[in-house]
Ligand binder design. Structure first.
Ligand SMILES: [Fe+2]
Length: 172
């Protein structure tokens, strides 16, 4: 079982086991199953992208997609909190994603399906723009990370794909 507490900027976690053959390994595979993007225009704007920016699922620096019901059903019993199925998504990150603080989530529980390169760094920053933590997250691992402070991912050479469980304050 895994809880919803974020006590470190980053930490690997045990406690969720899943047959990884169930997971999509690419955006193409996600789309071939008819799973839809769930990243809304309003949330896209929180990244302060160019106003002329037009969403394209092949090039968007960030995207979220629905997850197969059998995957959600395998995960939620292993969480020790009530997790709405809509809070479990495939998350795609591409080169060019700016440093940002997430709009609604204080943290995430992620499973990294594809790192998007051999040396993909995640940096976290304090209020003075100093890097306070750096990680090269290992593929095929579960981890928790803070998303309520600025963070940035650099070094991607291909899509970075993960399963992401969003941790929200109760009133979201
Ligand atoms: Fe983020």
């Amino acid at each position: 079982m895994i809880d919803r507490n974020i006590t470190k900027t980053f930490e690997y976690v045990d406690g969720i086991s899943i047959d990884t053959d169930m997971l999509c390994k690419s955006v193409e595979e996600i789309q071939s199953l008819g799973l839809q993007s769930t990243w809304k225009q309003k949330e896209r704007q929180t990244f302060n992208l160019d106003k002329a920016y037009v969403y394209n699922s092949q090039t968007s620096v960030y995207d979220q997609f629905e997850v197969q019901k059998d995957v959600i059903d395998a995960i939620t019993p292993q969480l020790d909190f009530d997790c709405h199925p809509d809070f479990i998504r495939y998350q795609v990150i591409r080169r060019g994603i700016p440093k940002h603080t997430d709009a609604k989530r204080y943290g995430v529980i992620n499973y990294l399906i594809n790192a998007g390169g051999d040396f993909v760094y995640t940096h976290w920053y304090d209020d003075n723009d100093n890097i306070i933590e750096t990680q090269i997250v290992e593929e095929n691992s579960w981890y928790k990370m803070r998303t309520d402070i600025d963070h940035r991912i650099i070094g991607m050479t291909s899509d970075r794909l993960m399963l992401s469980i969003s941790l929200m304050d109760w009133n979201w």
